[in-house]
Write a protein that binds this ligand. Structure first.
Ligand code: SF4
Length: 369
């Protein structure tokens, strides 16, 4: 996505983030109204098409196989189940379906072929289709695009500096590489982060600067509040104040004026008034459904009640435009042509190691009982 201003510095974004709150909300609301219809909010549905058993060590994630959490693991969903869920989502007002699989990266074979079929099926329902499947090569991105994929989600999660304290099984540059591969295949990009993982406001500003440097910048930016799940390394993280979420949404809106800011995980902990302030500050999408992959999410009827109170309506699919052109010459600052080789930094993150050891002990104990 292009616009006149792309060269934000970390200092400028940090200053914006720290403005007096109501001034920040006012400025963000103004930018929102200049670039979007403030009455419309896109309702998206997130389907976990393969749950749990992931080999990665993301410190926030209950789907990592190495941690002991009580999520229900599931193999890849059937195409029929995906179709039934997508139809249900469409009849409840969703115009976009995002399918998520707990994989490190996309692997060739029957599972990927099945995902391609899911993409064709949902596309034929005239809904925007998004996938989040981990790292992927340019060729895999092209095949997803040919099947009718509209968007690829791959979050930066946090700043490059803080990322090293959260994940050790792949590098930040791998994230940017995958985003580039999606771009080259003519997919729109969805990439954002999670706040409340022990990062500083400077880290939040730095993540937004990285997103703003991607050219074009992502069409969609999810802002998640950490949902601290028992058994993960972040189980004891304190819930962030609503004001941090409002600041983050508003700052994202100003830095990336044309992007759709998605109010994502953590909405069950937010009051209606808190969510209203986020919509005022530029949030243009929510995820519907009682679960967001594995964490709880508000009931759709409750969301629709809030829409009624606030005078919001669900947005139609493809309102923001058709898919962009294929751009094989796309370059980003971290382009590496050998994109089949993903990194494994494997540095030590104490909290992740501790949670892994405690999971092993719990499993041993359960085995003995
Ligand atoms: S966030 Fe994704 S890659 Fe990381 S552990 Fe969870 S499912 Fe795996």
């Amino acid at each position: 996505m292009t616009d006149k201003r792309k060269n934000w510095t970390k200092e400028e974004v940090f200053e914006l983030y720290n403005k007096p709150l109501l001034q920040l909300v006012f400025e963000a609301a103004k930018v929102h109204r200049e670039n979007h219809d403030p009455q419309e909010v896109q309702v998206s549905t997130l389907l976990s098409i393969k749950t749990g058993g992931c080999p990665e060590d993301c410190g926030y994630c209950p789907q990592a196989a190495r941690y002991h959490t009580d999520i229900e693991k599931n193999d890849l969903m059937s195409v029929q189940t995906v179709k039934a869920q997508a139809l249900r989502a469409k009849s409840s007002g969703s115009s976009r379906v995002c399918m998520g699989a707990a994989w490190r990266n996309v692997k060739e074979g029957a599972d990927f072929d099945q995902v391609l079929e899911m993409v064709r099926t949902v596309r034929d329902l005239d809904m925007e289709v998004c996938c989040t499947l981990g790292m992927l090569t340019q060729d895999q991105a092209r095949r997803l695009s040919d099947a009718g994929l509209y968007a690829y989600n791959h979050n930066l999660d946090t700043s490059e500096e803080h990322y090293k304290k959260v994940i050790s099984t792949r590098g930040y540059e791998d994230r940017i590489e995958t985003i580039g591969n999606a771009r080259k295949a003519g997919l729109t990009v969805c990439s954002g982060g999670i706040i409340g993982m022990g990062e500083t406001p400077e880290d939040r500003a730095a993540m937004l600067v990285t997103l703003s440097c991607l050219n074009p910048y992502p069409e969609s930016v999810p802002i998640n509040a950490l949902v601290a799940v028992e058994g993960t390394p972040m189980e004891d993280q304190e819930q962030i104040p609503i004001w941090d979420m409002v600041r983050m949404v508003a700052t994202t809106r100003i830095v990336l004026p044309k992007t759709t800011v998605r109010l994502s995980a953590g909405r069950t902990q937010m009051s209606d008034e808190g969510q209203a302030l986020c919509f005022m500050s530029g949030a243009g999408s929510i995820f519907a459904g009682d679960k967001l992959l594995t964490t709880p999410n508000p009931d759709i009827n409750k969301d629709m009640e809030l829409f009624n109170i606030l005078g919001l309506t669900p947005q139609k699919a493809y309102k923001k435009g058709d898919k962009p052109e294929v751009n094989e010459n796309y370059k980003n600052s971290c382009t590496n042509d050998k994109n089949e080789k993903w990194s494994r930094p494997a540095h030590t993150i104490e909290a992740n190691v501790k949670a892994t050891i405690s999971a092993k002990e719990k499993r041993k104990l359960n085995h003995k009982l």
